[in-house]
Design a protein around this ligand. Structure first.
Ligand SMILES: Nc1ncnc2c1ncn2[C@@H]1O[C@H](COP(=O)(O)OP(=O)(O)O)[C@@H](O)[C@H]1O
Ligand SMILES: [Mg+2]
Length: 272
């Protein structure tokens, strides 16, 4: 459906090589700053048509990795390749292409969506920012996006506070799809939702990924949720990927002790 893919189809859309992100912490002094190595030597690739799950406990660096993937965080060291070429922020045309190609769905739609904008305006905004289409074609795109994510057309006229939490996350997903991205990065997209609607939102993401042949990076602290949607799973622990493999491999034959611990821990939050 999307026509944005450029370059060799065999080349990943994004590739991270030996990526490090160090955040400065408050505990350090002015002359002796201290750092937390949020991402500490990660290699990662994502291509169209695959869902890669990233799982690990809170604080292991998942969101930091996600923010590098979507271009919101500059790495301390390491390489970010976009269609095989170094992604350089100062290159305006690549920056724009990157912005269209990779989008994000955050955990909490209540804070991710502007409460003063109508859903129509929220979905039109990315198209306007990128100067895409005419008023009529943008309105048609909004109608298409609403039906794609299973929202009634009447939702366009209201603000996010007028719809339920699950529907708000559908709006955030629709917004993420507005520019026909190659990759959607979903960072804990169901964690802030009522248990009763989590499965619906997960199913929607899986269906969309298949229908649109998207690449999806699905991030969660809950390994059962990750298993449900992922083709490939990366287990993250203290800033490193400690295990990686197909979903079956990681579940049936985990080789890492930490993965085994995650698998043994608590029943899925999905099924509480
Ligand atoms: N902007 C920031 N400034 C300082 N430390 C941060 C910042 N963002 C994240 N951290 C720290 O980096 C580590 C990884 O955080 P994060 O990437 O949010 O992990 P996760 O998403 O897996 O919970 C944590 O120790 C966190 O406290
Ligand atoms: Mg996080």
């Amino acid at each position: 459906m999307s026509t944005q893919t450029t370059g060799d189809p065999g080349t990943p859309v994004i590739e991270l090589k030996d990526l490090h992100v160090h955040h400065r912490t408050r505990s350090g002094g002015l002359f002796r700053p201290s750092y937390v190595k949020a991402v500490n030597g990660v290699d990662f690739t994502i291509s169209r048509g695959e869902t890669v799950g990233i799982v690990g406990e809170s604080g292991c660096g998942k969101s930091t990795l996600a923010s590098v993937l979507v271009g919101l965080q500059t790495p301390t060291s390491g390489q970010v390749l976009f269609h095989g070429k170094p992604a350089i922020k100062r290159n305006a045309s690549m920056h724009k292409k990157f912005g269209r190609s990779v989008s994000v769905v955050f955990q909490d739609p209540a804070t991710a969506l502007n409460p003063r904008m109508t859903i129509q305006d929220i979905l039109t905004d990315p198209l306007q920012v990128h100067g895409i289409g005419t008023a009529a074609s943008r309105a048609a795109k909004v109608r298409e996006l609403l039906s794609l994510v299973g929202l009634p057309q009447s939702a366009a006229e209201v603000t996010p506070s007028n719809v339920s939490g699950g529907q708000r996350q559908r709006v955030a997903i629709a917004r993420a799809l507005a520019l026909d991205p190659d990759i959607v990065v979903a960072d804990e997209p169901t964690s802030a939702l009522d248990v009763s609607v989590r499965a619906q939102v997960l199913n929607l993401l899986s269906d969309l990924k298949r229908e649109l042949n998207l690449g999806m990076v699905f991030i969660s602290h809950d390994i059962q949720t990750v298993r449900y949607v992922s083709d490939r799973i990366c287990v993250m622990y203290y800033g490193k990927i400690v295990e990686e493999g197909s979903a079956e491999q990681v579940f049936d034959h985990p080789s890492n002790d930490y993965t085994k611990k995650l698998l043994g821990a608590a029943p899925s939050l999905l099924h509480i």
